[in-house]
Design a protein around this ligand. Structure first.
Ligand SMILES: C[S@@+](CC[C@H](N)C(=O)[O-])C[C@H]1O[C@@H](n2cnc3c(N)ncnc32)[C@H](O)[C@@H]1O
Length: 503
């Protein structure tokens, strides 16, 4: 099922990187074209600009006024939530307050009556910003937008917060937010049977993008509910529950939340005896923990608790530093990853999995400027660990798992800057030469299979699935050349032997 969102906006940092109409990236070789009036939004071309004009017309004036009264250059553009709410309110007027469009927005679920205290402040702040953005000075002036009181505005903000989807690139990088009332009917499960993706199809022209796809991951029996996940399901239960309570106002009762597992792979240590089993994390209340398979106890639970505390702290810091000071963030992840690993934390566990992913992102960002064999190999090892961690948590075909496998395959396919040699080379990971290409090929083939599930088979796994298919074809040719080269060399050797006079 694919639907265009009622409204979508880019996050502020992405406004000059993606088109504000179709959400496509800046075309290669030529930049995006900026709106000459507000100088804030950008488009692929005049077609996208014309298409968006009905939405941007009033936004354009509001953006100019906002910038003129902003206290500093950093605050010259309102945040994505304010801009999205602006589009919803102007859109309701444009389409008509009684139009199906506006009614569908009003029908979205509101949690106003059960608002968490933690949400009051952010909702009030957002309400003030929206009022400033619309340029209204009294509650009466909100009436033309269908809001009869300040309470109605709070209600709209609650509906907006509860029903917003993250707008992503085909490879799942978040680039903004959107509101799609029909899909917002889907309830949550931490073990979802469906996902939301933006795969960008080849058949639909960019005039129809962005298109939100609801993809079913497994067969759903008639009468059973389609459920998506509102939170990152690789996180441990306590973190998932916290976010679900704070943002969506409910306590999750899905099977992953209520069924007591002997050990959750999101919070597990390897068996200290190395039997291959796992042990649940120790806690402050219950430090004694044993392998669920062989019953061996963890010898130093306090050291594990310390490592987990240090790991979470470093993850928070490195995430904050990721954009501002990536070198420092990478130093942090490089230092802390071995601490978590040597404490026995499994690759699928928190915060190791999240930190491995961050480390991979930091390494990939640095690769173009420091493409050495050492950095490339470290990036591949990190990508392999991240992918292995995800495979223990997410079902086959989950888009997050498929993208991670694709990343690993692409990294393995990068030309080696200085392939290692020596006696121990065969035992190293990642391998070098043809075995590396073979592994790249296998990873990309698996990634493509999973993308056909997670991003939809009908369209070849979306833009990413098509890119991976092309990479597979290129590698097939390359491997064919290698294989042919080896076969020719072998044939030459045999021919030389046969041809040489016997002694
Ligand atoms: C995006 S709406 C989902 C659709 C909503 N149930 C409706 O009827 O319109 C999100 C809200 O639905 C409710 N909800 C979604 N999943 C839930 C679940 N697993 N358990 C309890 N409430 C849930 C919560 O109130 C949440 O804030």
């Amino acid at each position: 099922m694919a639907v265009p969102p009622h409204v979508s906006v880019l996050s502020t940092g992405n406004l000059d990187q993606y088109c504000s109409a179709c959400a496509g990236p800046a075309p290669a070789g030529g930049g995006l074209k900026r709106c000459p009036k507000c100088k804030t939004v950008f488009y692929c071309n005049s077609e996208c600009q014309n298409r968006d004009w009905a939405w941007h017309k009033r936004e354009c004036i509001a953006l100019q006024k906002w910038a003129a009264t902003a206290p500093s250059a950093e605050l010259a553009i309102p945040g994505e939530a304010v801009r999205c709410l602006g589009r919803i309110l102007w859109g309701s007027q444009k389409e008509g307050l009684d139009s199906p469009w506006a009614q569908e927005i009003r029908m979205m679920h509101s949690n106003r009556s059960s608002l968490q205290p933690s949400a009051f402040e952010s909702h009030t702040h957002l309400a003030h910003s929206v009022v400033r953005y619309l340029g209204v000075s009294s509650p009466q002036e909100l009436e033309p937008y269908g809001l009869r009181s300040a309470g109605d505005l709070v209600d709209l903000i609650s509906r907006f917060t509860t029903n917003t989807f993250t707008l992503t690139e085909p490879a799942l990088t978040p680039i903004g937010i959107c509101v799609a009332p029909t899909i917002a009917f889907a309830n949550h499960s931490c073990d979802p049977n469906a996902v939301i993706v933006f795969p960008r199809s080849s058949s639909a022209s960019s005039a129809k993008e962005p298109l939100l796809h609801l993809i079913v991951l497994r067969d759903i029996a008639a009468g059973k509910e389609v459920r998506i996940s509102y939170v990152d399901t690789t996180l441990p239960k306590a973190l998932r529950q916290k976010e679900l309570k704070e943002v969506y106002g409910f306590e999750c009762q899905c099977k992953l939340c209520i069924r007591a597992l002997p050990a959750d792979p999101r919070e597990a240590l390897w068996c200290p005896k190395g039997c291959g089993g796992i042990c649940p994390y120790p806690t402050e209340e219950n430090v004694l923990t044993r392998c669920v398979k062989c019953n061996a106890p963890i010898s130093d639970p306090d050291a594990v608790l310390d490592a987990l505390r240090v790991g979470q702290d470093a993850l928070d810091k490195a995430t904050m530093l990721q954009l501002k000071d990536p070198a420092k963030a990478r130093q942090l992840t490089s230092n802390i990853l071995p601490i978590l690993t040597s404490a026995g934390v499994t690759p699928s566990s928190h915060p190791l999995l999240a930190m491995t992913r961050l480390h991979q992102e930091l390494l990939i960002a640095a690769l173009p400027s420091e493409l050495s064999q050492e950095t490339l190999d470290e990036t591949i090892r990190t990508a392999a660990k991240y992918s292995a961690g995800l495979q223990a948590l997410l079902p086959k075909g989950h888009p997050v798992r498929a993208v991670a496998l694709g990343e690993l395959g692409k990294l393995l396919a990068v030309d080696e800057p200085s392939p290692p040699s020596g006696p121990d080379v065969a035992a190293r990971f990642p391998p070098s030469g043809p075995p590396r290409l073979k592994l790249a090929y296998e990873s990309l083939v698996k990634a493509r299979e999973e993308m056909l599930v997670g991003f939809g088979k009908a369209d070849g796994g979306g833009q990413l699935g098509r890119e991976i298919r092309d990479a597979v074809v290129r590698l097939e040719k390359e491997l064919g050349v290698w294989t042919a080269g080896i076969r020719n060399a072998l044939e030459d050797t045999v021919a030389a032997r046969v041809g040489s006079p016997s002694k």
